[in-house]
Design a protein around this ligand. Structure first.
Ligand code: UGA
Length: 439
């Protein structure tokens, strides 16, 4: 078993740290935020993630994981230091590497034993070479420090499960020593390990995410065409999915991809290509389609209605996908300002995302419109003139066509997640507009 330090306790760092502890390693998670560290010590997770708190508590009680702001003590004697800090998007689409650089410098100034620095954060190809050089430049003690790339493939909402049962572990190293150490650290997971060089590992992460983003944008593009030619995107996707080369996952058309990864990683790879004098046409297309798709429901509603001014508008779902309280790049963030601008009185429901959304759009009058947060779907729907569905939460999916018909003043539903059967809505007397299916 190894002494592991983890820098950064966001989705990537905290989940990795807890899972390393779960398989028996001795883990210290480092974060600069003292309040967050205290919270984690008391067994509370700073992020909403199924199963995470339970594992934090059992591993803390067993003494396998601890949390600290004291990076020096954590890095000093670690066998491996995993970096899981953010690489947010900059205005030009490139990744901001300043958090990685800060941690790299702290590592260089703290380590007292040979150690492997493992970058889990998504970074542009070639970054790990630079991180290794940077550490060498600032290294205080005469010890061996190498850098490995080990990209993360967890999805929010199922992060713990994705880590403990990952489909593959990608290890990008430049020496036998690094490769063997990282392989041994991962051995207790009993998962397939793909060992490549550092640059290939960095590229695997972007290429995987951007391929999935491309798959979604492709389906959205086809969905928009389906509407024009009278085909049904769900039937089309079903028919396609029997081909094993296509597969059945990530074929759901909707209001585009959001979250902290696909939007950022598509732009980052496009930027990397540009920097290298290459135009990545496919990824650019995925970005362009997604931009258009995000406001597709609003565009449909604007065509259908003379005005939204003074209408009661029910909004079901605010987060970028179900199972998370994350709002980053959520379609709701683009559509709700447009609805408010038009003077809509919005009644918004989300099982976990309302509180964070209220920080961006406080309850009450906003411009010509207003926004009210409700804790029951029925309260949003009662007497509503229009309903928009932005997130496919289980309880939103469970709303029956009859409920829309009964509760709404005018049963007019714009569904960005294709959650209900067109025929059922028609039968119940609901006017139903979705994505890539006949109205
Ligand atoms: C994504 C990847 O799925 C993970 O493999 C990856 O590790 C992660 O990014 C990351 O780089 O950290 P995540 O952003 O959590 O994970 O969420 P996804 O479940 O992939 O969904 C992303 C967006 O695509 C959501 O807005 C979702 O609604 C949308 N989506 C997904 C569709 O519109 N259609 C689909 O068929 C699937």
């Amino acid at each position: 078993m190894y002494k592991i330090a983890v820098a950064g306790t966001g989705y990537v760092g905290l989940v990795a740290g807890v899972c390393f502890a779960e398989i028996g390693h001795q883990v210290t998670c480092v974060d600069i935020d003292e309040q967050k560290v205290d919270l984690m010590k008391s067994g509370v997770s700073p992020i909403f993630e199924t199963g995470l708190e339970e594992l934090m508590q059992t591993n803390y009680a067993a003494g396998r994981i601890t949390y600290t702001t004291d990076f020096k003590a954590a890095y000093q004697e670690a066998d491996a230091i995993f970096i899981g800090v953010g690489t947010p998007e900059q205005p030009d689409g490139s990744a901001n590497l300043s958090y990685i650089a800060t941690v790299a410098r702290q590592i260089a100034e703290s380590v007292e034993n040979d150690c492997l620095v493992v970058v889990k954060s998504t970074v542009p190809v070639g970054t790990n070479d630079k991180v290794e050089q940077f550490i060498q430049d600032f290294l205080v003690k005469d010890v061996k420090v190498e850098v490995a790339s080990n990209p993360e493939f967890l999805a929010q909402g199922s992060a713990v499960h994705n880590t403990l049962h990952a489909e593959r572990i990608i290890i990008g190293t430049e020496s036998k020593w690094s490769e063997e150490l990282l392989t041994k650290i991962y051995a207790p997971f009993h998962l397939p390990i793909v060992s490549v060089n550092r640059r290939s590992a960095e590229m695997i992460k972007y290429a995987s995410n951007d391929f999935l983003a491309l798959k979604i944008s492709y389906m959205n593009d086809i969905a928009n065409l389906c509407e024009l030619v009278g085909a049904d995107i769900q039937d089309v996707a079903k028919g396609m999915s029997y081909d094993e080369r296509i597969g059945s996952k990530f074929l759901n058309a909707g209001i585009g991809f959001g979250g902290s990864c696909f939007p950022k990683d598509t732009k980052a790879l496009e930027y990397i290509a540009k920097q290298n004098g290459y135009e990545l046409k496919t990824v650019k297309a995925a970005i362009d389609v997604n931009k258009e798709q995000k406001t597709m429901l609003y565009k449909k509603a604007s065509k259908r209605l003379i005005t939204l001014n003074g209408l009661k508008v029910a909004v079901l779902g605010l987060t970028f996908k179900p199972g998370t309280d994350d709002l980053r790049e959520a379609a709701s963030l683009e559509n709700i300002p447009l609805l408010l601008e038009q003077g809509a009185d919005i009644y918004a429901y989300d099982p976990v995302g309302a509180e964070s959304f209220a920080k961006v759009h406080p309850e009450g009058k906003q411009g010509k419109g207003s926004i009210t947060y409700v804790s029951h779907i029925e309260h949003a729907l009662e007497e509503a003139n229009v309903c928009f569905v932005f997130t496919e939460w289980g309880d939103v999916k469970a709303v029956t066509p009859e409920t829309f018909k009964k509760l709404m003043r005018t049963p007019l539903v714009f569904d960005g997640r294709n959650m209900y059967r067109v025929e059922d809505m028609q039968e119940a007397g609901v006017e139903y507009h979705s994505i890539g299916r006949k109205p």
